[in-house]
Design a protein around this ligand. Structure first.
Ligand code: PEP
Ligand code: MN
Length: 285
């Protein structure tokens, strides 16, 4: 294991750039916009998402196949079958995909099918999982724990980086507080602090912070203004019918509108949303 504090800016001059595909790099001037459903439900659903979001444009798609549900009786995700759906869409549309890994035994098959492994909030301090991910070279999207301090968050990233994987993106997704009107409290102060403290890209997830779709667009804008390197946003062909997190899902049309509305905000803070996304027309379906 290498020295501690590898993620802290004081220890390095550079800003970490994470390549999630040959054409998509996170942490530079270009913002990363990721869109897609909470859960991969079917091939048709993911095909509709890819087709529609090509015009957003987004740089990557999201979709969970292993779902950390509060209730053990709720749908837990399609697992391996969901991975095959993701991979089919990823190859046909030539778009990188992000999906959550919940356990060490899932890593190996996920490495072959996805471009970014997401560590969910509930697993931010699953140190065995973090160590195992540190032994891969896959880009990791590490979400902040529901009640994690900024220091705990940075130290969780440190587990991955210190075990050999520098390709870590931090994701602020809201923290628990007393108010139930919003699902969580989006901590934009943490975004500013993490950008000053650490050299890792910082991504914001306004969907899980807000919990309500009507709050998502303005939180997304605020996140870009605060210096985030990207956004991960839940959207669905029929939002109300989403098998999980339906209340916070945007329609695909609203996702496209949102991405366009972010351009002037990005420009105002010296960032850019690439004109063309990374989704190509399918070569085979
Ligand atoms: C998700 O991205 O669908 C998810 C479960 O996120 P979080 O871990 O932030 O709750
Ligand atoms: Mn979700």
């Amino acid at each position: 294991m290498k020295d501690a504090n590898l993620t802290l800016k004081a220890h390095t001059e550079h800003q970490t750039l994470v390549n999630i595909s040959p054409s998509v790099t996170v942490g530079g001037d270009d913002l990363l916009i990721v869109g897609g459903p909470c859960t991969v439900e079917s091939l048709e659903q993911m095909q509709q998402v890819a087709t529609h979001l090509a015009s957003a444009p987004v740089q990557a798609l999201r979709g969970g196949v292993y779902k950390p549900r509060t209730s053990p009786y709720a749908f837990q995700g399609h697992g391996e079958a969901g991975l095959r759906i993701l991979d089919e869409v990823r190859q046909a549309w030539q778009v990188p995909v992000v999906s959550e890994v919940m356990a060490i035994h899932q890593i190996e098959s996920m490495l072959a099918h996805v471009d970014v492994l997401q560590v969910g909030s509930r697993n931010m301090q699953n140190f065995d999982l973090l160590r195992a991910l540190g032994q891969t070279d896959k880009p990791i999207l590490l979400k902040r724990g529901l009640a994690a301090t900024i220091e705990e968050f940075v130290m969780a990233a440190e587990y991955i980086v210190s075990h050999g994987n520098p390709n870590v993106m931090l994701c602020e997704r809201g923290i628990r507080s007393f108010d139930t009107y919003t699902r969580n409290v989006l901590d934009l102060g943490a975004v500013v602090a993490l950008k000053q403290l650490s050299h890792l890209p910082v991504i914001v997830d306004p969907s899980h912070a807000a919990g309500k779709r009507e709050l998502v667009p303005n939180l997304a804008k605020a996140a870009i203004a605060a210096g985030a390197d990207g956004l991960i946003i839940e959207c669905h062909p029929v939002p109300e019918a989403s098998v999980s997190d339906a209340r916070q899902a945007l329609s695909l049309e609203d996702m496209v509108t949102l991405v366009h509305s972010l351009r002037p905000i990005a420009a105002a803070v010296g960032r850019r949303i690439p004109e063309a996304g990374s989704i190509r027309q399918p070569v085979l379906v």
